[in-house]
Design a protein around this ligand. Sequence first.
Ligand SMILES: [Zn+2]
Ligand SMILES: [Zn+2]
Length: 438
Amino acid sequence: DVFTRYLRLKGDDVIFVSGSDEHGTPIEVEALQLGIKPKELTDRMHEIVKRLFELWEISFDNYTRTESPVHKEFVKGFFMKLYNNGYIITREDEVPYCPKDKIYLPDRFIIGTCPYCGYPYARGDQCENCGRLLEPKLLINPRCAICGSKPTWVKTKHWYLDLTKLEGKVREYVEGNTALPENARQMSLGMLKEGLKPRAITRDNKWGIEAPFPGAEGKTIYVWFEAVLGYISATIEYHRNKNSEDEWKKFWLDENSRVVFFVGKDNIPFHVILLPAMLIASGDPYVMPYTTASTEYLLFEGKKFSKSQRIGIWIDEALALMPVDYWRFVLIYQRPEGRDTSFTWHQALEIINSVLNDVIGNFIHRVLTFIATRFNGVVPGGDLKDVDIRYRDEALAHFKNAEDHYEKIELRDALLETVEIARVGNKYLNERQPWELI
Ligand SMILES: [Zn+2]
Ligand SMILES: [Zn+2]
């Protein structure tokens, strides 16, 4: 949101999209437990999430959902292109089944030891500890996440994206991309070094987008692979609603367009490897993503945020504690760029009092009241003395630095430079004491 607002102020042609990721077995399981249909659950959740983004003043042009008909139609068409271009293969696969719960276990419902780092609670799709993508079969000592039983393995046929065939072009993209942050670059190069293997893109669960491939009746597209296409379908939907559908192409099919994703580091593989691979495989002239602004983790008082252990601050409760501008300022001030950072109440209050209020708030208040009380709200003209010019140039230098940081999506540094502008302003007022001059 901060980056988008910067681009809009600059006068760039920008569209800011996102959406609720609604499909997949975890949602199916939760709906089952609540005794409602998955769609009823996500209808409810989507409205809540949308409302929260509004309260936080996140200025999306389109916040949509993966249940949107535009998205579903786009995903099916997109995957048929991959199929027709020869990038989809089938394989007989053994999938985990829990004999006690009597369900096929989706990747996130099977846990075991990570074969790469030894973390004992790695999920079947990804290891939270080292961030590597996994397959349930790779887990050592696998167990059902619901009941802890040892799963049995059942044979089923699945459709795979042939990443091996796309590896060369993906490597070219990653190696040639100088805008990627260091964490995204390192993790992606590491994955490429190990070699890309075909990945299953279909699942046996019912709640999702039907796999469009011949013979794949009853299967759905694996959520990860359709959700990332939501950035494109959200752009199409936005313009279709404005009766200017073709306009979406200037954001996705024009080589001068810059596509930027904002994610946490656990999302790097999907945005830097898998989505670019899919764009290449489509054969359409998509612009390759300019960068993925992947942050490290924000911790809460030194600990990992956890819903189940109730560690953290709930986003709906947060606004009862402090106004939204305070939150936005603190969160960008501590944005985990380059390293994990920890939110602490002590530090948050310090930042609000001694930076936001004392430096920026004070400067704005002094300037506005002075102009209002002495000059009827009109900024007066007049000749600048050397000292005025010196301060003006100093402020402009920080302005320029802030702009440079925004261009590199270093939002934290851009904010620090913005604070410096106000600091220079306060120093100027103290030294010149304009109220003594008139
Ligand atoms: Zn691991
Ligand atoms: Zn079980």
